[in-house]
Design a protein around this ligand. Structure first.
Ligand code: ZN
Length: 460
């Protein structure tokens, strides 16, 4: 594979520099990266005459680690665009929960996850975390597609089409883990929906199981102001205080959203090694708030990026998510959100985004790998690591000239420029064609769901 090649190093996320090699080649064998060499030495070191050598010249492309989408509800792709312009709680109560009650089934989750994987592969995502019902169906879709995933074992107290209650969610989830845990590309985590939808007793049990089984725990936390206000009224404490009391905070704990944070909470997150998954577009769409990414990075917190589900985004495009994260981190925006008086002066003094393009890219690759506990395997292009990487075409009119490939990718690249995707050394997107998924069948299935859901909505 030819270059330029972007690599990431294990360095402090708030103060990192890209490691960019020009005119280099990546050498892979089976599922691993085995060498990174100058292009000029390819033919000497790996002569084409050897039958097991295959050389792919990708022209003026950037090779980089695949994106790690650290928070997603894959099957909800089937609900993309059913309703807009609602705040989080109204959107959940009036739209999502009733539709899920009516339509979520094995087939819904399997076909919805397939659609999501197709979209993610076509936009350069090589690994995603999922939080949804029927994790057996999601695991099946992941395994067949060959993408890497962390399947969250969703836990809620109320009866759903997946389970009768939280206890049932846990026992069914653990069975799914037993059935699929031998697969190399699938990991599992516990995924209690939120502090407000799962009891203290259940959360305590999940903390115990998470420690015992050494698997991550991911939850929606401090997503919007209503969540904080409701908790203050009901429990006289912020959800974060409850999470701390229940010993949730740890390097195995992933918190999605975190738009409402005060300084001492940021300090506790940093000290505990808890990861924060920033989902900027979903937070904007549902008017939830903005995660204080720069403060978190300055405190030493690992920040990852997630798209959330396509129903609240409305896509699974990590490139645009990273771009949004970088722009939203602008000091001017945060000064405004935090109510400081000196907005204009600050804007003049510091009119650049506070997050660099590379920090955004790092959060969308290595940050996600760290959060999901797989940074020893993926997240960067290093010898010995898994060959999870993508190729982005920088030769088109929209991409030229290229002064800085990292800047180009973050500020002016669209997902259509992702030409190739490899996961564990296997090419899953070849010149924009999916190799393991039937794109036309996926579209046909999704259209059938759209017809069913549309006619149900009309009948209400
Ligand atoms: Zn979510």
């Amino acid at each position: 594979m030819t270059s330029p090649i972007y690599l990431t190093n294990e360095t402090r996320q708030s103060n990192i520099q890209p490691d960019l090699l020009i005119d280099h080649a990546l050498v892979i064998s089976k599922d691993k990266i085995v060498d990174v060499i100058p292009q000029s030495s390819i033919h000497n070191l790996y002569p084409k005459t050897e039958s097991n050598v295959e050389i792919t010249n990708l022209g003026q492309s950037l090779l980089m680690p695949g994106f790690v989408n650290a928070h997603c509800h894959a099957a909800m792709t089937l609900l993309r665009g059913v309703n807009d312009n609602l705040s989080l709680q109204d959107w959940l109560d009036q739209v999502i929960y009733p539709l899920e009650q009516k339509f979520v089934s094995d087939e819904f989750v399997y076909q919805g996850t397939q659609h999501a994987i197709a979209e993610m592969l076509r936009s350069g995502t090589t690994c995603f975390q999922d939080m949804y019902f029927m994790p057996d169906q999601a695991s099946k879709a992941v395994h067949e597609a060959g993408i890497r995933a962390n399947i969250g074992l969703m836990v809620v107290e109320n009866k759903t089409s997946w389970a009768d209650d939280a206890e049932d969610c846990i026992s069914k989830g653990l069975k799914v883990r037993d059935d699929f845990k031998q697969l190399d590309l699938i990991d599992f985590s516990f995924a209690p929906h939120a502090i407000y939808s799962v009891s203290e007793q259940t959360l305590e049990k999940l903390v115990m199981l998470s420690n015992e089984l050494a698997i991550n725990l991911q939850i929606h936390l401090h997503e919007c102001p209503t969540e904080i206000n409701d908790s203050l009224q009901k429990h006289k404490q912020r959800p974060f205080e409850l999470a701390t009391k229940l010993a949730l905070l740890s390097p195995q704990f992933n918190t999605a959203h975190m738009t409402q944070l005060i300084d001492n909470e940021i300090e506790e997150i940093a000290q505990s090694g808890t990861h924060v998954i920033h989902c900027p577009q979903s937070n904007l769409k549902l008017a939830s708030g903005v995660c204080p990414v720069v403060k978190l990075l300055d405190a030493g917190v690992n920040v990852a990026i997630g798209t959330d589900g396509a129903a609240s985004n409305n896509d699974l495009d990590m490139l645009s998510e990273i771009q949004s994260a970088v722009w939203l981190s602008s000091r001017a925006i945060h000064d405004k959100f935090e109510g400081e008086v000196n907005i204009l002066e600050e804007t003049h003094l510091n009119n650049q985004p506070s997050l660099t393009a590379y920090q955004g890219l790092y959060a969308g690759t290595m940050g996600g790998a760290k959060a999901l506990g797989i940074s020893d395997k993926v997240g960067s292009l290093e010898i010995g690591k898994q060959a999870d990487f993508i190729s982005i075409d920088l030769s088109s009119i929209e991409a030229q000239p290229v002064y800085d490939p990292i800047s180009q990718v973050v500020y002016s690249t669209s997902r259509d420029q992702v030409t190739h995707v490899w996961v564990a050394g296997k090419c899953l997107l070849d010149n924009r064609q999916l190799t393991t998924l039937n794109e036309s069948l996926i579209i046909k299935n999704t259209r059938q769901w759209q017809k069913k859901i549309s006619s149900y909505l009309k009948s209400l």
